[in-house]
Write a protein that binds this ligand. Structure first.
Ligand code: FPP
Length: 244
């Protein structure tokens, strides 16, 4: 088991859970079964993060681009998400986990949207960890939606152009109230961020692994955290400035 320093954990971990389809192919199964195994890996990641004391975990569960997949796969993914929310609500309550979600949530359709809202409300007071699901989410779409809302506030006379700052703009994003991710993990051996948290990841540390998401378990997560802990985060400054 990888040694990690529990006093220097990343506050917020974001994960691009990639490789379900390839996992299924390698095991001679249909893609949907790969996603089902992926949902088991989600349970494991949530459990580990809660146990070791991660404060925020954001999972890229369904991207804007995922709508373009074959209809049957989209339906299966949405069903899995709904099942996950239904089956895990009690666990979230028991483990003091607060569920939140970012993305164009209404586009998910009524049964899943209603279920999601219900669990978000039921867990709203929980303090142990925030589990944030990115659903029907796209980073550029989020920025455009924020700009649109901000323009509307401008036209309504609520803000002036001079008042527009990075902090003000960030307040219009879906992630308002959440800290930026400290660590991004992407499984499945691809080296890109696929329209995920474009604004929020300006200073995030990236960790890429070949492990396919359904195989991702506690030891892989701890390895990613250990790797993160060996890095020096300078936020554009020099090492000397950081030591001063
Ligand atoms: C990428 O694998 C993964 C997704 C498109 C969706 C992620 C969904 C899950 C992990 C399951 C359900 C989620 C929750 C929160 C219960 P891919 O299909 O792109 O894999 P490939 O690149 O190997 O084809």
């Amino acid at each position: 088991m990888k040694e990690i320093d529990l006093t220097r954990l990343p506050q917020h971990i974001a994960i691009i859970m990639d490789g379900n389809g390839r996992w299924a192919e390698r095991h001679a199964m249909g893609r949907v079964l790969g996603h089902r195994k992926g949902a088991n890996a989600v349970q494991a990641a949530v459990k580990t993060c809660r146990r070791i004391g991660i404060r925020y975990l954001t999972l890229y569960a369904f991207s804007m681009e995922n709508w373009l997949r074959p209809k049957a796969e989209v339906r299966a993914l949405l069903r899995l998400l709904q099942e996950y929310i239904e089956n895990e609500t009690q666990e979230m309550i028991d483990k003091d986990i607060r569920l939140v979600a970012i993305g164009n949530l209404e586009s998910l359709g009524e049964p899943i949207y209603a279920k999601l809202k219900e669990t978000i409300e039921r867990t709203a007071q929980n303090q142990g960890m925030v589990l944030n699901l990115a659903l029907s989410y796209g980073g550029r779409d989020e920025i455009v939606a924020a700009a649109r809302r901000m323009c509307n506030d401008g036209l309504a006379g609520k803000i002036t152009p001079e008042e527009v700052t990075k902090d003000l703009f960030a307040g219009y994003l879906y992630t308002t109230g959440l800290p930026d991710p400290d660590l991004l993990i992407r499984t499945g051996g691809e080296y890109r961020i696929s329209n995920f948290l474009l604004w929020q990841m300006a200073y995030t540390e990236f960790y890429f692994t070949e492990i396919l998401w359904p195989d991702f378990r506690e030891r892989h997560l701890l390895k990613a955290i250990a790797d993160y802990q060996q890095r020096e985060r300078r936020f554009g400054m020099t090492s000397e400035q950081l030591k001063a």
